[in-house]
Write a protein that binds this ligand. Structure first.
Ligand code: NDP
Ligand code: HSE
Length: 442
């Protein structure tokens, strides 16, 4: 196939990311086109409300509320779905892929929920579905796993995959603020999803963990099947005590494969992690992913996980791959859509249950400040063979006390049973809170 002189791009969505794509293609057009050996033209931009004021202005002829001008337009080579959501975006992505088009997306929710179907449609119709921007914003984690680390099998991938929650936790730690106080700033910076529960309840990062699990292990895991917990339960005091014990609290995605048992654990939850770990030092809106391959060892990637410029950098990188593909260089892009490869990766692979986890735990328990209360708590934990590693008690003014303990190694099942027992104990007030302590060496 000869090189196309000009590649035509249509944008579905012109919000934070869409405008970033336009702005940054314009900014670096000369170098980009030189590298790609072709001209890039964004000929159509589709929005929901064309009357809305935008920071980036585009020629009025290319601007509309009609997705057909992108999706069903034979003159469009690359469709960028940057609208978000899982209904209209699903319908339009399906339609574009059914016509054999190349679709570039940043929509992790859509891939997590419908990726299996969408990759299949792409495969069947000769199209392609690119999604670098869907995980970890500007960090090239998809390409790294798919291409740069292709020689490896991945025992452990873990890290911080949500910029908003990391930004909130960082400011809580540094400035002693509540997360409500920092959420507004995260919104102003364009990090937060329209439905902010996606960020605060861990769902957005879980979507990304599901995508990485598929990419690395060929298995589509359902969100309902995995542990997914957000940051709302974390208090400034938890962060402070964790800090005194040598830990930070981070919202971690963990994708761990036991090759002997052929089990895969995919989970997303807050965790105490030693300050000595590189990932613990990843603060603010930054994301960090630690990838341990059996050939390369451990590689850590850190970068901006959200925001206009970082995300559009990844979208433009996918546009570049799409251009290479349109120019006949399909071999330059190793296809993650290859079904046979994924069947081999996922052969017989089973999902590990949350209860099978073994590790150390942090517990926060409110108690009546009365004689023998510590012994009662200790007895309950002992029944489940859980022993204290550290105990921190804070007396409160209303005759109650706050116990913050860390445990030695225990099973998650035992912790769950112990918490149920604590709930039934008259000296305990409210429900105890527990966080896992994550040690990548375990
Ligand atoms: P925005 O809400 O800023 O922009 C969404 C755009 O899509 C808007 O221009 C909106 O139109 C348009 N749109 C929404 N629904 C429709 C529809 N039915 N028909 C036509 N246009 C529609 O979102 P973002 O740019 O922040 O996010 C886009 C995608 O990128 C999402 O999937 C998000 O999860 C993902 N992403 C975002 C990151 C970020 O930092 N913001 C980082 C990584 C991924 P209008 O403007 O008229 O309302
Ligand atoms: N809301 C997401 C985050 C955007 O904060 O990480 C990037 O996917």
């Amino acid at each position: 196939m000869s090189k196309k002189r000009s590649i035509r791009i249509g944008l579905l969505g012109f919000g934070v990311v869409g405008q970033g794509v336009w702005k940054n293609i314009e900014k670096n057009r000369l170098a980009l086109e030189y590298r790609l050996g072709t001209q890039l033209e964004i000929t159509q931009v589709v929005v929901k409300d064309a009357s809305k004021a935008r920071e980036v202005l585009v020629p009025s002829g290319s601007y509309s509320e009609d997705p057909a001008r992108v999706v069903d337009n034979p003159a469009i080579d690359i469709v960028c779905e940057l609208m978000g959501g899982t209904s209209k975006a699903l319908e339009l992505t399906r339609r574009a892929l059914e016509q054999g088009k190349i679709v570039v997306t940043a929509n992790k929710a859509l891939i997590c929920e419908h990726g299996e179907e969408l990759f299949e449609i792409a495969r069947r119709n000769g199209g392609h579905y690119f999604y670098e921007a869907s995980v970890a914003g500007g960090i090239p984690i998809i390409k790294t796993i798919r291409e740069a680390l292709v020689a490896n099998r991945f025992k452990l991938i873990f890290g911080i995959l949500n910029g908003t929650s990391n930004y909130i936790l960082t400011r809580m730690e540094r400035e002693g603020l509540s997360f409500d106080a920092t959420l507004g700033d995260a919104r102003k910076l364009g990090y937060v999803e329209a439905d902010e529960a996606l960020d605060l309840d861990g769902i957005d990062a879980a979507h990304k963990a599901v995508i990485l699990a598929y990419l690395a292990h060929g298995k589509w895991v359902k969100l309902e099947e995995i542990i997914c917990e957000g940051i709302r339960e974390i208090t400034g005091e938890d962060i402070e005590i964790a800090g005194q014990l040598g830990y930070k609290i981070k919202l971690l995605a963990v994708i761990a494969r036991d090759f002997e048992a052929n089990k895969l654990s995919v989970r997303l939850h807050p965790a105490l992690i030693s300050k000595k770990e590189v990932i613990a030092g990843v603060d603010e809106v930054y994301n960090g992913v630690s990838v341990t391959g059996d050939v390369v060892g451990t590689t850590v990637l850190i970068g901006r996980g959200a925001g206009q410029d970082a995300t559009s950098s990844s979208v433009i990188s996918d546009i570049a791959d799409a251009v290479f593909m349109l120019q006949g260089g399909a071999s330059a892009v190793i296809s993650e859509e290859d079904e046979a490869t994924h069947q081999i990766l996922a052969d017989g692979l089973e999902l590990a249950l949350g209860d099978e986890l073994i590790g150390r735990y942090y517990l926060r328990i409110y108690v009546r400040d009365e004689e023998g209360v510590l012994a009662k708590i200790s007895d309950i934990l002992a029944k489940e063979h859980i022993s204290f590693a550290t105990v921190n008690q804070k007396e409160l003014e209303d005759g109650t006390a706050k116990l913050m303990v860390t445990t030695h190694m225990s099973s998650e099942a035992a912790i769950t049973r112990a918490i149920a027992l604590l709930n039934g104990e008259s000296s305990v007030i409210g429900a105890p809170v527990s966080f896992r302590i994550f040690d990548p060496g375990n």
